[in-house]
Design a binder for this molecule. Structure first.
Ligand code: GTP
Ligand code: MG
Ligand code: NA
Length: 454
């Protein structure tokens, strides 16, 4: 029987360095290529156990435990305030978590939100106190923090400043939220005290220490949760629906439980309920590749054991809704899976108003985020959907506009406008807001609304 790979979610306030930290571990450059410099989707990458062992080296002796985990599946989440639902999903998926806090800025609203999510889910976590290279006078260099944290390598003033920021910006706010916390080298019992690992995603300092502590926490988690043996059929979440050369439309997904086999059936959310399709190929990303931004080709496999990222090729995936739950089952379990998926989709549907505008986005998570941000400024939403903008959509909006000229608007995040839809937009004089940065879309909309009302 296979052992499930523990899932580690990375949570924290916007720009505190979550993606950069993962980039440092993976040797990738995802953060620098993100629109607006912010993460707006859930990401996933696998860290094999050999990589953890290699990066940690001698540090692993600190653990006083053998590592039997097969590796880690790391989930990156957005820190921008709009993405509460994705943080919740990331938090709910997690077996353990890394809370990233900029040691110079300290706790911010989404740091507090993340801690509350972890508390609610009872998820054990460590804190990565990031950006220690910015502490005045700190001499930061790549490698273990424990080797760099001493009077030989640091000026006494830098050490004092470090202790002040560590206490004021990380330990004290955690205490205020009811957690004991301390620098990881000073923690005796990791079940009673939250370990803080100082790191720099810029220089790579502390990365071995962080991986060592996370591996230790994952190992503990594994030993206490005998249900980590993988059995049953695969359960997962769709990250993205993607055109792939030679394969047509495919979906990228996270399998968080169970085993998926080639030849089984995919049951997943679509516009009119569920889509059922026989799987042609299961493809795995290379270890250390971010699923959303892979450097390498995916490799075909016969089965996928949770937790893992996977690309699925099958017929009729055009209408699958990104962000929706999925099951992979043999033929005789399709009906059961269908019921489960219908129920989960019902729970995640966005509420709409009797009148208002049309919004569209590329995934359920970003659609929820967009809807929430627009609601905050009082926007009424008549229809909210995942997918491209069609001619039919525009004609519908033209009818919204007849109720109130201010409803003649479409706000879309990261979606295509089909050519015939463009023509209709001009014809009916519909105001279109399109872009790939949610808060900018909301700002633009707000500006337009103000001008229209004047
Ligand atoms: P969201 O996903 O948008 O919430 O942000 P994030 O937490 O993933 O942060 P990101 O990795 O995008 O980093 C934000 C900015 O901080 C970038 O400009 C990084 O280069 C910078 N940064 C991240 N880590 C460090 C660090 O350790 N030191 C310094 N000096 N800068 C850092
Ligand atoms: Mg990020
Ligand atoms: Na960012």
């Amino acid at each position: 029987m296979a052992l499930r790979c523990p899932i580690v979610s990375v949570l924290g306030h916007v720009d505190h360095g979550k993606t950069s930290l993962l980039d440092k571990i993976r040797k990738t450059r995802v953060a620098s290529r993100e629109a607006g410099g912010i993460t707006q989707h859930i990401g996933a990458s696998e860290i094999p156990i050999d990589v953890i062992k290699k990066v940690c080296g001698n540090l692993l002796q600190m653990l006083k435990a053998d590592l039997t985990i097969p590796g880690l599946l790391v989930i990156d989440t957005p820190g921008h305030e709009a993405f509460t639902s994705l943080r919740k999903r990331g938090g709910a998926l997690a077996d353990i978590a890394i809370l990233v806090v900029d040691i110079n800025e300290g706790f911010k609203p989404q740091t507090i939100e993340a801690v509350n999510i972890l508390r609610q889910c009872k998820t054990p976590f460590v804190v990565a106190a990031n950006k220690i290279d910015l502490i005045p006078g700190w001499n930061s260099k790549e490698g273990p923090f424990v080797l760099n944290f001493n009077e030989k390598n640091q000026h006494p003033n830098a050490l004092t400043e470090f202790e002040i920021r560590l206490y004021e910006n990380v330990i004290k706010p955690l205490n205020d939220m009811g957690f004991n916390a301390d620098l990881f080298t000073r923690v005796e019992d990791i079940t009673k005290t939250v370990c803080i690992i100082p790191v720099s995603a810029k220089t790579g300092e502390g990365v071995p220490d962080l991986l060592m502590m996370i591996a230790g926490l994952a190992q503990r988690f594994l030993e206490q949760n005998l249900n980590l043996n993988v059995e049953g059929h695969a359960k997962g979440t769709v990250l993205e629906v993607k055109e792939e050369r030679g394969l047509g439309k495919t979906i990228d997904a996270i399998i968080y439980d169970g085993i998926a086999r080639k030849g089984e059936y995919l049951v997943v959310g679509g516009p009119d309920g569920v889509v059922i399709s026989k799987i042609k190929a299961l493809l795995k990303p290379k270890p250390l590749d971010e699923m959303r931004n892979p450097r390498d080709k995916f490799k075909p496999v016969k089965e996928v054991v949770a937790a893992a990222g996977v690309k699925i090729a099958a017929p009729n995936l055009e209408n699958v809704i990104a962000g929706s739950p999925l099951r992979i089952v043999p033929e005789d379990k399709i009906e059961l899976a269908k019921e489960e998926i219908m129920k989960e989709i019902e729970e995640s549907t966005i509420e709409t108003d009797d009148e208002g505008i049309l919004i569209k986005a590329d995934t359920l998570g970003s659609l929820e985020a967009l809807a929430n941000e627009l609601r905050k400024i009082g926007v009424k939403i008549k229809k909210a959907e995942v997918g491209e903008i069609s001619k039919k959509d525009v004609i519908e909006v033209a009818s919204f506009k007849q109720v109130n000229p201010l409803y003649g608007a479409i706000v879309t995040f990261n979606t295509k406008i089909l050519p015939d839809a463009k023509r209709e937009i001009e014809k009916y004089g519909i105001k279109l807001f399109e872009g790939n940065i949610i808060y900018k879309l909301v700002e633009d909309y707000e500006e337009w609304l103000k001008a229209e009302l004047e």
